[in-house]
Ligand binder design. Sequence first.
Ligand SMILES: [Zn+2]
Length: 87
Amino acid sequence: MTRNRAGCPDWCRGHGCALGEHRAHPVRLQLPNGSAVLTRVAGRATQHAEVRLSVRLPADDTAAQHRLLALLFQLQTLTATLPEVSS
Ligand SMILES: [Zn+2]
């Protein structure tokens, strides 16, 4: 990770650095049934992707619960298929 004179990675937007983490500008993605905001965040030793996901749910409560379960399953599948990262 390349750092500038202030000690921030080149991609850091410069907010919250004094709190011990560096954050990139969030990237917003419009989805067919919602939206996602992806932000790169680096701490002292590791970095991660912060993902905020908003998905419309059906009005029917049972259908909404099924959608939530499907989301949990898909999120597990998504992160399980990513290659391991060594720190
Ligand atoms: Zn920073």
